[in-house]
Design a protein around this ligand. Structure first.
Ligand code: ADE
Length: 937
């Protein structure tokens, strides 16, 4: 340190209580007036800092403990700084210095402490900055105190170098403006590549916030403890991503480190389209058990699949035919002469039918099995071989195959019986096929047949052959016959025309077709339509909106896969369109930030971004996104609008419109008394309109409270916080009930507390409480009463009194919302129109008189006696009269003494609460301090 003008500061080394030396600067000119003693630090380089923190540790003598110094002795000193670019040769001129603060001691020491060697060390920290020059000096001005400066620590805060999501983030100095964040782009670690641009945000206190994007290990590398490590020999990783190296698949190997793929062992192969994860495979062994079954025109070859498929499933067979003469080596290929069904090559079934072969010939068939790697192997192929001789047959038919008659579905045929047969004819086989299709066969003992089950107006081909014990004859020539037509088989578009024309019996058929038609369209309903339909059927919740089409809300829990609900009801946002600016709160699942959302072709908008912090389990992700699936179904100016979600990259986010004034309860508390009644009613009207929309949609909010309403810059209120059970888990007001549910007691209707009967009517109760919160500028409902007392008083009939200055009409509406019988509460549509009427007629909103002396208007009661009768307190008539309360006006102005006296009397006689059903009336009648007194009992 450099000395200042007066040389009064001394560098002194003392011993602490452990006898360790402490180097200090001390000054103690407390006897002399007008002290101005400066001590200046060396030049301190700013380095990367913008804002600097100075931590001072010092001791200070208590002036009262020094005799004869009153007037001259001080108990503070001043801290100054001066920015310069030059590190040396700057002359000390106090006038250049800017004052940071006056520093006072939290603890000063006395003579006694000195004697006891007690060091009362003070620590004070001050912020300096923003600093723009290369460095600065600090200076300490003593104005007559007894100080020992023990240490001065100068530091700045930074978000330290860190590795997150396989990206490295450098040391980063936060912004001077403590509410805005510095966005830092990370660099992927070695052997990693970007998936979504990795980003972190550096907060004012040097904490990293809101990780976005990530890097993933490249092929051949896997993540171990935050870095990418090469796969060992015998392992591989074929794709970049958050997957581990895998062991080489069967029949493959890798010798080196960092293999992207394993090579196949000798004799094994990988087909072009085989993924690297698949085992290497080889060609199959030949087919087994090849047999034939020959008749007059058909040769059926059948075999068993090979014993070794080579490890693949794409097994096929090829058939090759050779026709050999008497000499076995005089063979020629014969595929072209024969007909193969379904074909000679690429057979997938272990059978083939051969046709059009010659009688009295020898055929050799070779069946080869093949798979996707057969072409890669240079090994000679192995085949199954069979030789077939076609010498056989029965008596052939002579004469024509006659059509006797035809109907739409049948044709009757007959033919001539062969005259001379060596063996008796067992039966005939009639082959027929639709001219364009595969054939069928029909066995008949007689030389005639009715072939039924045919299509109307269709040409069929028939031929017939005989069968004896020696086998089949060859087929007769082919005959083509057509079935007749029928109108009832016309296509569906002509069904109706047909119906009118057909006989009554056939009309049944037409009807069936029409019914099936409507069934078909039902079956084609989307899954969402079905859910809506189920919801309406199952819950009787179809909403009647005059002249408009209404949607019902679909509970995302009805989806087997909740991700499906997210897809259906939300838009995926590319995270590059989102710019996070500042953290505005902390939700149950992670930070809530504000920022901007860019949409191509649209104006950038302000958004709030809820993030799901890393390390979540699937259930948390589902619960988090469930709110988005619900919100995404709503579209109303008083419901918070969902812009979209980010689910395909980390962190998972929900993006909603930004509401500049935050939540309604804190907004009202911050602006206590600032709004006109019309403004407050305008807010309430908005909330009621949003709730009307929700109840029309069949959605029950369950946690309607001012804390769950957001307010924008135009004072528009929007309902937020959706997600049913999750909402209640998240709500600090929600308490567990005796039945185990978590419920915000003060806002919840009695039937919902007692047996979880949540409905739009219970939302209406909560709405009454929100009205009360709004009209009392964010007062806590039922003040500090315990939840148990709230439940008891409500059960006894007690209701919150009108907040100060609250118009009677609004309090009446609240009381209406708080009716025990839920069906008596107003519907949200009634609330909206009631509030609209009030807004149109502002005189209805004149506040309740606040203090005695103002006129009150109670049209319901004529006299104090009637009123006492009505509240079952007739026995007090004489007391009221004796005390001079003979008009309701005078009751309303009852003195505090009398109010307390009456209150005590009610308590003593057990009338309070017991008679409290009537206290509502009472509370509305008596001065406010009295109602408050009753309430807080
Ligand atoms: N806090 C939570 N959601 C918000 C929003 N949409 N706007 C402003 N603050 C919020």
């Amino acid at each position: 340190a450099a000395r200042g003008e007066s040389d009064a500061w001394d560098a002194i080394t003392e011993m602490d209580e452990h006898n360790r030396p402490i180097h200090t600067f001390q000054v103690c000119n407390v006897m002399e007036p007008n002290q101005n003693n400066w001590l200046r630090s060396n030049w301190i380089s700013r380095q990367a800092a913008q804002k600097v923190y100075v931590e001072l540790r010092f001791t200070l003598r208590d002036c009262n403990s020094i005799p004869w110094v009153s007037g001259t002795c001080k108990e503070t000193f001043n801290l100054f700084y001066h920015e310069t670019d030059e590190a040396h040769g700057v002359k000390f001129r106090p006038a250049q210095y800017t004052k940071i603060d006056t520093i006072a001691a939290d603890e000063s020491f006395t003579q006694m402490d000195l004697g006891d060697r007690i060091l009362k060390l003070n620590t004070e920290v001050r912020e300096v900055g923003p600093i723009n020059r290369k460095g600065f000096y600090l200076a300490f001005q003593d104005i007559g105190a007894c100080i020992a400066l023990v240490s001065v620590r100068v530091y700045y805060k930074k978000c330290p170098f860190t590795l997150r999501n396989l990206a490295s983030f450098p040391d980063t100095v936060p912004r001077v403006d403590s509410s805005s964040l510095v966005e830092v782009r990370g660099a992927c670690v070695d052997h990693a590549e970007e998936r979504d641009t990795p980003k972190l945000f550096c907060g004012a206190d040097g904490d990293w916030l809101v990780p976005l994007g990530r890097c993933v290990c490249s092929v051949g590398y896997e993540e171990i403890d935050g870095s990418c490590v090469a796969c060992r020999p015998g392992f591989y990783k074929a794709y970049a991503g958050n997957i581990k190296c895998s062991k080489c698949p069967p029949h493959s190997f890798s010798y080196g480190d960092a293999s992207a793929i394993c090579r196949c062992e000798k004799g094994f192969f990988r087909a072009e389209k085989d993924p690297p994860t698949m085992a290497c495979t080889r060609p199959p062994s030949p087919p087994r058990n090849l047999i034939f079954n020959l008749n007059d025109t058909c040769l059926l070859l059948e075999w068993s699949p090979p014993s070794d498929t080579g490890g693949r499933r794409d097994l096929t067979y090829n058939v090759q035919c050779k026709r050999c003469g008497p000499e076995p080596d005089h063979c020629q290929l014969c595929e072209d002469e024969l007909r193969f069904l379904p074909g000679p090559l690429g057979l997938t079934n272990a059978t083939v039918t051969v046709m059009d072969f010659s009688a009295h010939a020898n055929y050799t068939f070779e069946i080869e099995s093949l798979n996707g790697v057969s072409d890669m192997s240079s090994f000679p192929r192995q085949v199954a071989i069979i030789t077939v001789s076609t010498d056989q047959g029965g008596p052939s038919l002579v004469g024509t195959l006659k059509k006797d008659w035809a109907s739409p579905n049948s044709i009757a045929l007959s033919w001539q019986q062969p005259e001379q047969t060596t063996l008796p004819i067992i039966d005939y086989e009639v082959k027929y096929y639709e001219k364009v299709l595969k054939y069928s066969v029909y066995d008949s003992k007689a030389p005639s047949v009715i072939v039924s089950g045919l299509k109307p107006a269709t040409w069929y081909v028939f031929s017939v052959r005989t069968r004896t014990a020696a086998g089949y004859s060859s087929y007769s020539p082919k005959y083509e016959y057509e079935t007749t037509g029928d109108c009832k088989y016309l296509r569906p578009s002509t069904v109706l025309i047909c119906c009118t024309a057909v006989r009554p019996k056939n009309r049944v058929f037409c009807m069936t077709l029409i019914i099936c038609h409507s069934w078909y369209f039902k079956a084609k309903m989307t899954s969402e339509d079905k859910r809506r339909a189920n919801y309406q059927n199952g819950h009787g919740k179809s909403i009647k909106l005059p002249l408009s089409f209404s949607f019902t809300y679909v509970d995302p829990d009805t989806y087997e896969d909740p991700t499906q609900a997210v897809h259906e009801f939300t838009k995926e946002i590319d995270p590059s369109r989102i710019r996070i600016e500042r953290v505005i709160g902390a939700g149950e699942f992670g930070e809530v930030c504000s920022g901007r959302l860019r949409t191509p072709g649209k104006k950038e908008i302000a958004v709030a971004i809820k993030t799901l912090k890393g390390g979540y389990v699937e259930r948390q992700r589902r619960d988090f996104l469930r709110e988005a699936s619900i919100m995404g179904q709503f579209d109303h100016p008083n419901i918070i609008r969902l812009e979209g979600v980010v689910t395909k990259s980390r962190p998972v986010m929900i993006v909603v419109e930004y509401m500049e004034n935050g939540s309604l309860d804190s907004f009202l508390r911050q602006h206590d008394g600032h709004f006109t009644v019309i403004q407050l009613v305008g807010m309430l009207r908005g909330i009621a309109s949003g709730m009307k929309y929700l109840s029309d949609m069949g959605y029950v909010h369950r946690d309607l409270a001012a804390r769950n309403i957001l307010v924008n810059s135009n004072l528009v209120c929007k309902v937020s916080d959706f997600g049913l059970s999750r909402v209640l888990e998240d709500d600090p007001e929600a308490a567990y009930t005796t039945t185990g549910g978590k419920i915000p007691i003060r806002w919840t209707a009695p039937e919902a507390i007692s047996y979880r009967k949540f409905s739009s009517a219970s939302d209406a109760w909560s709405y009454g409480i929100v009205m009360w919160e709004v009209m009392s500028y964010g007062e806590r409902p039922y003040w500090e009463m315990s939840n148990q007392d709230v439940i008891l008083s409500i059960e006894e009939g007690y209701r919150l009194p009108a907040p100060m200055g609250c118009p009677v009409a609004l309090h009446q509406l609240m009381l209406h919302c708080w009716q025990k019988e839920r069906n008596h509460r107003p519907k949200f549509t009634d609330i909206v129109s009631f509030l609209d009427k009030l807004i149109r007629n502002p005189s209805s909103l004149l506040p309740l008189p606040e203090s005695p002396g103002e006129e009150m208007d109670y049209p319901m009661f004529i006299s104090v006696g009637d009123w006492l009768d009505s509240i079952k307190m007739s026995q007090y008539k004489s007391n009221f009269m004796a005390a001079g309360y003979n008009t309701l006006d005078s009751v309303a102005r009852m003195s505090i003494d009398h109010a307390v006296c009456l209150y005590n009397h009610l308590i003593k006689n057990g009338l309070f609460l017991k008679r409290s059903l009537n206290l509502n009336w009472y509370c509305n009648m008596v001065p406010r301090y009295f109602t408050t007194l009753l309430l807080t009992h």
